[in-house]
Design a protein around this ligand. Structure first.
Ligand code: CP
Ligand code: NVA
Length: 307
């Protein structure tokens, strides 16, 4: 595991190893252990787009492992304008031990990885959000959900988070159904990679059919960062794809509701559902920290003796 740009950079074994490590690090932290596993190490955080969870969890995550983070906004460093992506990657590699980047174009994070001599982690691109999907399946696994026999229904846009949830679902053996409006399906390359990895995946258009009998219902915003110009068209296209009480009623009574956040309440999800008893959105959010600590720990070569 050199870089984590896509969930497809991981194997099934690696994913479960990361879950075990994340659980271990979480338990140690909650027991009051103060880790020095990454003492003296640093992680550069490049953010071209807004963030709450990703920035805080990477920054706090490396600090909890004894290291430190250097936050760089895209505009501050002029990524691709003031200085080329390869030159930024080459320079940062001389000072820091890893780079986490949130970028508009997936090609940017690939460019960083190609030219960096330190590990690069995708903190969300227009194509994938691998750390989100790792934290999500870790959250289910930690709750004792049998991720290899569950049926996960994705309701809404076939977007970056959907791609990573599909690929991670294929690795852990989940059965998945995506219900999206025509024209908003997940990328066909992602769908075929997931199927090659053994993933059971259906792409349909009826949200009720997707929700029926589901163990997990997952949704995300209708308008992702960078798509603001399509806002009106998207709101119209997605109006039937709201996760509300009626749709949740088609799933198993024990079904869990997931959302990567931020939520656009009243659009893709109602207040009652996101704040309701079936929602695990804050567990997902909390576990971004622990799952990413596991990723940083492995990539930067931490030792459990110091954790
Ligand atoms: N889910 C997630 O990545 O949140 P942020 O955009 O706030 O980082
Ligand atoms: N699909 C959303 C996820 C935000 C965490 C976006 O890209 O804006």
């Amino acid at each position: 595991m050199k870089h984590v740009l896509s969930v497809a950079d991981l194997s099934r074994e690696r994913v479960f190893q990361l879950f075990t490590l994340a659980a271990d690090l979480k338990q140690r932290w909650k027991a009051g252990r103060r880790a020095m596993a990454l003492a003296g190490r640093s992680l550069a955080l490049i953010f071209e787009k807004q963030s709450l969870r990703t920035r805080v969890t990477f920054e706090v995550g490396i600090v909890q492992l004894g290291g430190r983070a250097v936050y760089l906004s895209g505009s501050e460093i002029g990524l691709g304008t003031r200085e080329s992506v390869p030159d930024v990657a080459r320079n940062l590699s001389r000072w820091v031990d890893g780079i986490a980047a949130r970028v508009y174009s997936h090609a940017t994070v690939e460019g960083l990885a190609r030219h960096a001599t330190v590990p690069v982690i995708n903190g969300l691109s227009d194509f994938e959000h691998p750390c989100q999907a790792l934290a999500d399946y870790f959250t289910l696994w930690e709750r004792g959900v049998d991720v290899s026999s569950m049926r996960l229904a994705w309701i809404g846009d076939g977007n970056n988070v959907c791609h990573s949830v599909i690929l991670a679902g294929a690795l852990v053996g989940a059965s998945m159904v995506v219900a999206c409006p025509p024209g908003y399906e997940p990328n066909p390359g992602v769908v075929s990679t997931a199927r090659k990895l053994g993933g059971q995946l259906e792409i349909i258009h009826d949200p009720k059919d997707a929700a029926t009998g589901a163990d997990v219902l997952y949704t995300d915003v209708w308008v992702s960062m960078g798509q603001e110009a399509e806002r009106e068209q998207r709101r119209e296209a997605f109006s039937r794809y709201q996760l509300n009480d009626t749709l949740v009623g088609f799933a198993k009574p024990s079904a869990l509701v997931m959302h990567c956040l931020p939520a656009h309440r009243g659009e893709e999800i109602t207040d009652r559902v996101v704040d309701g008893p079936q929602s695990i959105v804050l567990e997902q959010s909390e576990n971004r920290l622990h799952a990413q600590k596991a990723v940083i720990f492995q990539l930067l070569g931490g030792s459990l003796d110091d954790a």
